[in-house]
Design a protein around this ligand. Structure first.
Ligand code: UD1
Length: 426
């Protein structure tokens, strides 16, 4: 088992390059099965979730080559349309393979995702959209057996909630469906536009990605493309909170500042000074952070739910009381009990968390409950007096590339160690 050990209280300063977006790379890797021509994907982050997506591609019969941050997917030899249970379990978001497998093979067999660390993750919106394309879906023995008797047909689909994954699955299925698909109340996250750019690079005809209505004119087939994944805005937001809690001065290189639009005002309200120069963002933190009035997680361009946990760690040492309202996932406060162990004062009532800032946290052994909850413990540990030991590191590795190396390079006292104790878990 591995753990991350942090000696808190070191001021962070310097520069950091943010890796490619996990949430862009995953649907783009899935999209590569739509074409029989090899696709080259640059800036693909080295994360365990990306490893899981590559294992699925390989199982399906695709040839995948990876060198550093470039992945080449050749799906010409794809022969399978099922994803076994153990691969589905490695990563809940593997449901994003449903649309592309169906589009390529006319059938798909996946296990049902069930619950996960941040609550139930239903896929009703994905399934209802696939049915509108003409797909027949049966649920048997914990698996979804999906078959499309003829060609998939474009459809007019209105989502009751702008689900990111459902929007991606719909775009992926519609790219080569017969006729036009009009998707209303689509998710507008930057990762949706990145996926559309990849697909359009392959010859798809997708308009309006990043807006509420997306129109997809199906094409007969897609060809090869070379694409560079956008920088990870959630990793960038997390490192901004790392600078904030350590009175730091940090420049994030080669990001897309507009993607941090919902996060920047929160950091400024906390007293941080932010300046942007082209694709670089510099954050300077004050000696004591101020409380943030209210943070509401919302679909983009609202405040991202994925940045809620690290921002909570930040507000836990701010001067005053902050309120956080989690509107996207029902059970996304598992990090709170661990932050309590570090001395934070946080009360949770349903979707609302009231964070009463304390002057300092004190290091303790804690367990990462999930990916972003784990990153909030790293942030808390960086600010805390004394040593913080975090187990459950595998959750953090799903979304942050070599987090300890990135933070060491900007002055943190942090290391990854192997230990014998059995892994604590939730
Ligand atoms: C994606 C991101 C995740 C982020 C989330 C919200 C990836 C790989 N993951 O997850 O990091 O936290 O967007 O920005 O991109 N819902 C339904 N039925 C459905 C689909 C979703 O009820 O069929 C609900 C979910 O339970 C949740 C909400 O809609 O409460 C948002 O989910 P969704 O936008 O689909 O998130 P994901 O695509 O799973």
């Amino acid at each position: 088992m591995e753990k991350i050990v942090i000696g808190g209280g070191k001021r962070l300063s310097g520069e950091l390059k943010v890796h490619g977006s996990k949430n862009s790379a995953l649907p783009i890797l899935a999209a590569a099965v739509l074409t029989t021509k090899p696709c080259v994907i640059h800036n693909c982050p080295r994360l365990t979730d990306v490893d899981a997506a590559i294992r699925i591609l390989t199982y399906l019969g695709c040839k995948v080559e990876r060198e550093d941050h470039t992945v080449v997917v050749d799906a010409s030899g794809m022969e399978r349309s099922d994803i076994p249970d153990h691969l589905m379990r490695e990563m809940r978001s593997s449901v994003v393979f449903l649309g592309p497998i169906l589009a390529r093979m006319g059938k798909a067999s996946l296990s049902t995702p069930g619950g996960c660390e941040i609550g139930l993750r239903p896929i009703d919106l994905h399934l209802s959209a696939m049915r509108q394309f003409g797909v027949e879906i049966q649920e048997e023995h914990g698996r979804l057996e999906c078959i499309c008797p003829g060609q998939m047909n474009g459809a007019k689909i209105a989502l009751s909630f702008p689900s990111v994954g459902a929007t991606e699955n719909i775009m992926l299925a519609a790219a080569t469906a017969q006729g036009r698909t009009v998707l209303v109340n689509a998710a507008r996250e930057p990762e949706i536009s990145d996926l559309a750019d990849f697909l359009n690079g392959c010859g798809a005809r997708i308009h309006g990605a990043g807006e509420g209505t997306i129109v997809i004119n199906g094409v007969k087939s897609l060809s090869a493309t070379e694409h560079t994944v956008i920088p990870d805005r959630i990793t960038a937001a997390t490192y901004m909170t790392a600078a904030a809690v350590t009175h730091g001065h940090l420049t994030l290189r080669d990001i897309i500042p507009a993607h941090l639009g919902p996060v920047i005002p929160v950091m400024e309200e906390a007293g941080c000074d932010i300046s942007i120069c082209a694709r670089d963002l510099t954050i300077s933190a004050p000696p004591r952070l101020r409380r943030v009035h209210t943070v509401r997680t919302m679909p983009y361009p609202g405040f991202p739910t994925d940045a809620q946990a690290p921002v909570m760690a930040m507000t836990s040492i701010a001067d005053g009381t902050s309120v956080i309202i989690e509107n996207i996932f029902e059970s996304r406060y598992k990090h709170v009990s661990e932050l309590h162990r570090l001395g934070a004062h946080i009360k949770v009532e349903g979707r609302v968390a009231v964070v009463e800032g304390v002057p300092f946290l004190s290091g303790a052994p804690v367990v990462a409950p999930d990916l972003r909850g784990g990153s909030s413990l790293v942030i808390a540990g960086l600010s805390a007096h004394g040593t913080t030991e975090i187990t459950g590191v595998r959750h953090i590795d799903r979304g942050y590339e070599k987090i300890e190396e990135s933070l060491q390079n900007i002055g943190a006292q942090i290391k990854r160690v192997i230990c014998d104790e059995p892994e604590d878990d939730f």
